[in-house]
Design a protein around this ligand. Structure first.
Ligand SMILES: [Zn+2]
Length: 440
């Protein structure tokens, strides 16, 4: 086992009491600033008749109201373009990002120099957690658009002194050639794009398993931890996969370390995490699944206090072998509150199904999963495009049997001609619930 390298050992291995104290010190400063000069939060707190002086410890946090995505959206609609969640004069802000808007109008987020440096420091914890070290070469296989996920890793890599290789608007083949030629060792990407790169490598007889790449930093799609996709990526790339999790609204809050392949550490020195029952907002019992609520502590310029992430998580008991005392979420984000579906009375996150299918297919194959109703009964159909004809027979049965065994669901697996299904570059939409579209 390699020696564990920390970004800030004192903080990462602090006792739980020390951590609570550190969080409270940061929270106190944040609330004072925000109450004095952030119109969005000052109004929110005033409406409840609460002042920062009433928050005397972390345990008082529940006295503050939750913040929802809808509130941020409404605030920017009413006060365009940036809303009122701004603590500093507009000219202090130096970075612009926005959410993808997949569930509404995109929300804009601004950072000051100070908060941007904080976001970079957050990424330093993430990179160190994955075992990235000086001498590594990190290659970014995407365009630098307005979404934050890779930008923060870029800033973190820069702060750590890692050689950064951007590949802008290049195509997958150019990027692969760049990886090989420059001996890149670390690649931040979405799981879908990492699979896509593997497909392209396969087409062009580029042996990525023998390449210098040793770490894939995965983000943007939940459930890479659940196994199928991750195991497949590790095999195809002969590299270790690490998830890091963030939301534009709060920042990058979770990361995987080298010692716990099935969990994600909450970056508790920079975020206060609460886990509540999604329906009531009340704390849940230890070990139960609940919604993650986050307060970021290093971004007072445009903060998120008790932000309802909509992500469902479960805390794992005990401490991690890496020595960090940050709590671990078992399986990372299990799914989104609004994505959980019920099929034939079974509660299910779609990514569990996609992971099972993914673990059985090869580069060049493609698939889509559909849920629909037939004569009032829920049905699941998996459509598969298979490159090699010889594998078709066996795979239908294998996938059907595994889903039956693991989820007790009966599904139909259909082979469809190549080119029938949509292709995806960065984020895959493989799951379609036709029951919601009125196809009855
Ligand atoms: Zn750990």
């Amino acid at each position: 086992m390699d020696k564990i390298e920390y970004f800030d050992q004192k903080v990462e291995t602090a006792s739980r009491d020390e951590m609570a104290m550190l969080q409270f010190q940061k929270l106190e400063i944040l609330l004072k600033k925000v109450y004095t000069s952030n119109p969005f939060y000052r109004n929110k707190f005033k409406n409840l008749g609460i002042t920062p002086s009433e928050i005397r410890s972390i345990d008082d946090l529940h006295k503050l109201p939750f913040t929802t995505k809808r509130e941020f959206e409404e605030d920017q609609e009413k006060h365009p373009p940036f809303g009122t969640n701004l603590t500093e004069p507009l000219e202090n802000y130096v970075q612009y990002h926005q959410t993808s808007g997949s569930t509404g109008k995109p929300i804009k987020f601004l950072d000051t120099k100070e908060s941007w440096e904080w976001r970079g420091r957050v990424a330093c914890y993430v990179l160190k957690g994955a075992g990235v070290k000086r001498g590594d070469r990190i290659l970014f296989p995407f365009n630098f658009g307005p979404y934050t996920a890779f930008w923060v890793i870029y800033e973190g890599a820069y702060q750590l002194g890692i050689l950064i290789i951007p590949t802008g608007g290049w195509n997958s083949l150019q990027r692969l050639e760049c990886i090989i030629e420059n001996k890149a060792t670390v690649i931040p990407t979405t799981p879908t794009y990492a699979l896509g790169l593997a497909d392209t490598a396969n087409e062009h007889q580029i042996n990525i398993a023998n390449s210098s790449v040793r770490i894939l930093m995965l983000s943007g799609e939940p459930g890479a931890l659940i196994s199928g996709i991750k195991e497949k990526l590790q095999r195809l790339w002969n590299a270790r996969c690490f998830d890091y999790i963030g939301l534009t609204e709060v920042g990058t809050w979770g990361f995987q370390c080298t010692e716990e392949p099935k969990g994600v550490h909450i970056l508790e020195s920079e975020f206060i995490a609460e886990i509540v029952a999604p329906e009531t907002g009340m704390p849940i019992k230890e070990g139960e699944v609940g919604e993650l609520i986050l307060t970021n502590l290093g971004r007072s310029c445009m903060p998120a206090v008790r932000y309802r992430t909509g992500d469902l998580v479960k805390v794992k008991k005990g401490f991690c072998g890496c020595g960090r005392t940050f709590r671990i979420l078992e399986g990372g984000v299990l799914g989104r509150k609004d994505e959980m579906i019920i099929i034939k009375g079974v509660n299910l996150f779609p990514n569990v199904l996609t992971n099972i299918v993914e673990s059985h297919i090869l580069p060049g194959d493609n698939y889509q999963i559909e849920v629909y109703k037939e004569r009032g009964v829920d049905e699941i159909a998996i459509k598969l495009e298979m490159k090699e004809e010889g594998r078709r027979e066996g795979i239908q049965r294998t996938i059907r049997d595994e889903i039956k065994r693991r989820l007790n669901l009966r599904v139909e697996v259909k082979i469809v001609p190549m080119g029938t299904l949509p292709k995806f570059d960065y984020k895959a939409k493989r799951f379609i619930d036709r029951r919601k579209e009125g196809h009855v």
